[in-house]
Design a protein around this ligand. Sequence first.
Ligand code: BTN
Length: 278
Amino acid sequence: MLSPPRVIRYATVTSTQDVARRLAAAGAEEGTVVLADTQTAGRGRLGRRWHSPRGGGLWFSLILRPSAAPGSAEPAGAAACQQLSLVAGVAVARGLERAAGGGLRVFLKWPNDLLAGGGKLGGILLEREGRGGAVIAGVGVNVAFPGGRPSDLPGATDLAAVTGRSLRPEEVLPPLLASLGETYGRWRTEGFEPFRQEWLRRFPLLNRPVTVAVGGEILAGLAADLDTDGRLLLALPDGSRRALAAGEVVWRCPSPTSILFLSSGRPAGGHEAGSPGQ
Ligand code: BTN
């Protein structure tokens, strides 16, 4: 459990990740939240742009300082950060369901896309701050796109569309932060296993054929499991299994888009790769 977070709100920033990284490097305490009404250079995973219109969503970064073991001064290593990225996905999914007050089920796509109503509702970007072992958990949730979903984000959705309710970002923030605080505390005391199980229950592509982009490589196989570090275990056609720590599940196979993706090396449509933003 984090102590009540200190929220620092900005009207406009380039990216809340940049501000949080600077604050973390200057010694900001764990639980500090950098929130912005809009970002001019919001970023997503794999170098993508993150569309962050004013009032259209929640754009914030949470400073965490996970240790290698409870009570230890040594910062957590890469495997723990991989776990944390999935734990954060579970936390935000729970928080959004709480904020919606019932009737909303949030799914997860490895590593930590938040899906609902057939679209991408949000995403999480974990970055490590070089000095001092801080981890910056950036959370972007589309609450209500002003003027409707932008035409260049065909795969995106927002909370208004999936709940039929007009929620405001300020209403969604407290349950999200509460869930992140609780979940982080439980992860530190109970470990990853309970979250691994819940993550898998929220993963609609479990045991289904998927295509995964890993660096320059495109792998097709069955999304078989998550290992104890949060890596995706992909069962390959030759019977072997590969543990993936980075990359992204791109499309479910077989679908026309996945076939086009495989044959051209880039997606023919959709928002998941090669297109800007969520
Ligand atoms: C993704 O799905 O690619 C992750 C998106 C993360 C977006 C959030 S918005 C707040 C924080 N600031 C950023 O620039 N990015 C993250």
